[in-house]
Design a protein around this ligand. Structure first.
Ligand SMILES: Nc1nc2c(ncn2[C@@H]2O[C@H](COP(=O)(O)OP(=O)(O)OP(=O)(O)O)[C@@H](O)[C@H]2O)c(=O)[nH]1
Length: 232
């Protein structure tokens, strides 16, 4: 698609936030490619871009898979950049639920904050469950956000509904006023020497600022999966 045609396509930005190992990357890749890639861990943010078709027309979607170290607090830059956030925890990990709870509280303090949706992942591991479904739904209700349980591994259809809802609702909102230019934000995220990855059909993925080099192999793996699925 030519640049001048693309410039008229509205854009929605989504941040995937949650503690380590909850399945943020698996969820992002599942949504974008319909595939489950679960054999890697990452310590860097990745920015995915894809054009999707909604009933209302084309939409450019940017999804940042936010990498959280144990000590990291609230990823404020990524959240302020986003129009919507998917906050993920694992039903088998109480700490990840506590992190999601803190994130929702922080989000509430923001003026003009993004839309949010709470997603409980790993529903297939019910025998190891630490967080009852009712606790998740109660937390979400107390913050006025949507909630669902999914298994990214088992390809729960709920996952696609979450993204669709966030995309439609974000699209309907007035364009978010940003304190900084979006290109500067992307520049910050990918670093000054961050090179754009080649366009893969309508999808691209690029490494953000942390640990770019050591993550090259992981990125390549993901990009292969992304390429294959994007060309289906
Ligand atoms: N059983 C099960 N395992 C899952 C599911 N989703 C992800 N996993 C596994 O959970 C582990 C972590 O998945 P990732 O997608 O790397 O999680 P992450 O939140 O991106 O982790 P970090 O990169 O450390 O922040 C991997 O071993 C995945 O295979 C799921 O729905 N069910």
């Amino acid at each position: 698609m030519k640049t001048e045609e693309k410039s008229n396509v509205p854009k929605v930005r989504i941040a995937i936030v949650g503690q380590m190992n909850v399945g943020k990357s698996a969820l992002t890749v599942r949504y974008l490619t319909r595939r489950f890639i679960g054999e890697y861990r990452s310590n860097t943010d990745l920015l995915y871009k894809q054009t999707v078709t909604l009933e209302s027309g084309l939409l450019d979607v940017e999804i940042i898979d936010v990498s959280i170290d144990d000590d990291d607090g609230f990823p404020i830059e990524q959240i302020q950049w986003a129009d919507a956030c998917v906050i993920v925890y694992s039903i088998v990990d109480r700490e990840s639920f506590d992190y999601a709870q803190r994130t929702l509280s922080e989000l509430r303090q923001l003026q003009n904050g993004p839309l949010a949706y709470l997603v409980a992942n790993k529903a297939d591991l019910d025998h190891l469950r630490e967080i009852p479904s009712t606790e998740g739904s109660k937390l979400a209700a107390s913050h006025g956000v949507g909630f669902c349980e999914v298994s990214v591994a088992e390809n729960s259809s709920n996952l696609y509904k979450v993204f669709e809802k966030l995309l439609i609702e974000s699209r309907a909102r007035p364009v978010k006023p940003r304190k900084f230019s979006v290109s500067k934000m992307i520049g910050t995220l990918i670093g000054n020497n961050g090179t754009r990855q080649p366009l893969v059909n309508q999808g691209t993925v690029q490494v953000c600022n942390k640990g770019e080099l050591q993550n090259k192999n992981r990125l390549l793996k993901r990009r292969q999966a992304f390429t294959t699925a994007a060309s289906l």
